[in-house]
Write a protein that binds this ligand. Structure first.
Ligand code: DX5
Ligand code: ZN
Length: 215
């Protein structure tokens, strides 16, 4: 199974985003992870539509948008129009899950569903045949630079087991505390799409850092 690396620009120098994106693409990142926080679903506020529009003009790889916002269905069309290629929303965020997935697909984009550390995989089993990606949060959403929660490995294995036994094709993405050490644990458990912010953008050798995540 190929492993893909999604570079979270929350860990980049935000005042130099154009160069940071070029640098991380050149290092081999497969997509750009774009964290949207509304100060409501999560405590923090990050960036949104106008920044995505700007970034989209320069990024050569797909934009992987992670919506940490309440009632995400309200914003599907606008993020699709602003340049998202994948739109991932939270199962806990208060929108009808099936309708949100359909709306993302109707906008011509890939749909991802995400669960926080306290949400069991069982909560989303009914939707696994409809999504392109499942994002297992390996930290509490809201901030970069937190420590990986080891207890999430079992959740990843459980989801990989479902994908295998049912023949579902969704990718399993992990987000939070991913570095060269935790990357091998999540790959082993069945994740094939690794988000990384502080480790990737903070590395002195970005090429080696991307390679270490892919294994
Ligand atoms: C956390 C965000 C992550 C964050 C990851 O809420 O969803 O994408 O940028 O940062 P690191 O890799 O530093 O844990
Ligand atoms: Zn994220």
């Amino acid at each position: 199974m190929n492993t893909y690396v999604s570079a979270s620009i929350l860990g980049a120098d935000l005042a130099d985003l154009k160069n940071e994106i070029a640098r991380i693409e050149l290092a081999g990142a497969d997509m750009i992870h774009f964290d949207v926080m509304d100060g409501l679903f999560v405590e923090n506020i990050s960036f949104g539509l106008p920044v995505l529009e700007c970034v989209k003009k320069y990024a050569k790889v797909p934009m992987d948008v992670h919506l940490m916002i309440s009632e995400p269905i309200r914003y599907v069309e606008r993020f699709a129009a602003a340049g998202a290629d994948i739109i991932t929303f939270h199962a806990e965020a208060g929108s009808n899950i099936e309708e949100t997935i359909d709306k993302i697909h109707l906008a011509g984009k890939k749909a991802g569903i995400s669960i926080k550390p306290a949400t069991p995989a069982g909560e989303i089993l009914n939707f696994l045949d409809k999504v392109d990606m499942v994002l297992v949060m390996t930290v509490e959403p809201g901030f970069g630079g937190q420590g990986f929660i080891e207890g999430m490995l079992e959740k990843i294995s459980e989801l990989r087991f479902y994908a295998r036994t049912k023949g579902f094709k969704f990718d399993i993405q992990v987000d939070g505390g991913i570095n060269e050490k935790t990357a091998s644990l999540v790959r082993e458990a069945g994740a094939n799409n690794l988000v990384s912010g502080s480790y990737l953008f903070g590395a002195s050798d970005a090429v080696a850092a991307v390679a270490s995540l892919k294994g």
